[in-house]
Write a protein that binds this ligand. Structure first.
Ligand code: AMP
Ligand code: ZN
Length: 470
């Protein structure tokens, strides 16, 4: 397949170095809050890439997606919540798992936390290798990477050294550095902060070192095949990851760099710091289905910005309903003789779909192929040209499309489970009963309305309240 490589700024033919297993690393969530749908756009693009490589191109996957569980934000959050760091970050890891499942992300082979012992050890070992090779210096108890020792620093972001010096977003730490461009590898800790000593002195890891160290620990010898994340990570994070991994090993770090564009709200990047965020849960609470969100996230090419709105989420729901209704119609057809022209048309669509996905993950193009097939097959059914055997051919093509898209299986799973967990509904029914008892009819009514918006109807009768799906 062809993939756009940020390193070369070109689309290139991709296959794993060993021809069999793709060794891939995705920068994961910083776990100090529930991930927002902008974060999940990036994770979904990486999932789409993974599914295409696996189910369409036939490769095995060794895919690592980390959790950044120690940095200024997680430490601050844990202190404010008054709980240990590990317990605090676990909350957000659990929330991530819930949302990832709701969005149909395939499980990845490895989800390391930065603070696991073996990972901290790998970071410390890498820093010591960098020191042996003359790439570090110490200042005020912290260890820094000396960028002037890497002549090709800036090759991913395509910045020259001068440019970086002038325009870079400099690390917001207050430690003393020789040069503003240098970045911290191992930070001296303030009193009360978590501290480890794994051989390079007491402290805690800088953000960048964890990814270089965990990628090589879990994926093996460099270069790995693919490294990815959101476009904002190109500089400085990925540039620094390259400097660390290449400085420590003397070998190229990653062959392909795959970056996805932002999800925006009102023309601004969705981000926690701007406060303009929706989470997957917010979307569900407004009565939308995660499958519609997944569809929406797929429907814009990953290298284009996605302007999020509830209007386009409604359109995504409508598009997905068109496919589901079509499949219900096809499933209803039985008997009759096969029509070779239907099988021929379906085969051609399968091929076009594969070509679209193999062309730099052109999911919108692939969805175009799906909708053209839906249109033509509706017409063929209207004309009575689709038999039971043809229907089976059509359904198997949609199963194949969905291994990559992952929306129809998600839809089925949603259908099988109520949109609100049963225990939560029962709890709300009890709360509503108590509210009525206390003559707080406004609250009781609000509970009924909220559940209605989430797809659950309450029915009162003499024997109590029952609920059902809309
Ligand atoms: P963070 O937790 O900030 O490290 O971000 C996790 C991932 O989400 C990174 O790959 C970011 O590039 C990505 N990301 C953050 N905000 C957005 C956004 N608005 N749209 C797309 N990706 C994003
Ligand atoms: Zn990273």
């Amino acid at each position: 397949m062809r993939l756009y490589n940020t390193l070369t700024r070109k689309e290139e033919e991709f296959r794993p170095a060993d021809g069999k297993t793709v060794r891939m690393y995705t920068c994961g969530l910083t776990v100090y809050a529930r991930g927002h749908i902008g974060n999940f756009r990036t994770f979904l693009v990486q999932d789409l890439l993974r599914r295409t490589l696996r189910h369409q191109e036939g490769y095995a996957m060794r895919h690592v997606r980390n959790f950044t569980d120690v940095d200024d934000k997680t430490i601050k959050g844990a202190a404010e919540a008054g709980v240990p760091l590990l317990e605090y970050t676990q909350r957000w890891i659990d929330a991530f798992a819930e949302d990832a499942k709701a969005l149909g992300l395939e499980p990845v082979e490895e989800s390391p936390r930065a603070t696991e012992d073996a990972n901290l050890q790998a970071m410390s070992d890498m820093i010591q290798a960098l020191t042996r090779r003359g790439h570090t210096y110490e200042s005020d108890g912290s260890i820094y990477f000396k960028i002037s020792t890497m002549p090709d620093y800036g090759k991913l972001a395509h910045l020259d050294h001068e440019g970086i010096q002038a325009g870079a977003r400099i690390d917001a730490d207050t430690y003393a550095k020789d040069d503003a461009r240098d970045f911290v590898l191992w930070k001296a800790t303030k009193p009360g902060e978590p501290t480890w000593d794994k051989g390079c002195g007491p402290g805690r890891p800088g953000w960048h070192i964890e990814c270089s160290a965990m990628a090589l620990r879990l994926l093996g010898e460099p270069p790995i095949d693919i490294h990815g994340g959101g476009i904002d990570l190109v500089f400085p994070h990925h540039e620094n990851e390259i400097a660390q991994a290449e400085g420590a090993t003397g070998r190229p770090f990653a062959r392909f760099w795959v970056h996805s564009e932002f999800l925006n709200l009102d023309h601004e990047k969705m981000s926690k710091s701007l406060g303009n965020v929706y989470t997957v849960r917010d979307i569900i609470d407004r009565g939308f289905r995660p499958s519609a969100l997944r569809y929406l996230l797929l429907s814009v090419h990953y290298r284009k910005q996605l302007m999020f709105s509830f209007d386009i989420l409604n359109q995504a729901e409508a598009a997905l309903t068109r496919i589901s209704d079509f499949l219900v119609r096809v499933q209803g057809i039985q008997g009759g003789e096969a029509h070779p022209e239907i099988a021929g048309r379906v085969d051609a669509a399968r091929e076009e779909f594969r070509e679209m996905m193999a062309w730099d993950l052109n999911a919108p193009g692939a969805l175009g192929v799906v909708f053209e097939l839906v249109r033509e097959m509706h017409a063929a059914m209207d004309a009575g040209e689709v038999s039971g055997p043809d229907a089976a051919v059509i359904l198997s093509a949609f199963e194949e499309f969905d291994k990559v898209l992952g929306v129809l299986a998600l839809r089925r799973a949603e259908e099988a489970a109520p949109p609100v967990p049963a225990e939560e509904i029962e709890g709300l029914i009890a709360e509503r009963r108590a509210a009525r008892h206390a003559r707080n009819f406004a609250r009781a009514d609000q509970i009924r309305k909220d559940l209605d918006a989430r797809g659950i109807i309450l029915e009162d009768s003499a024997s109590g309240t029952r609920w059902k799906r809309k």
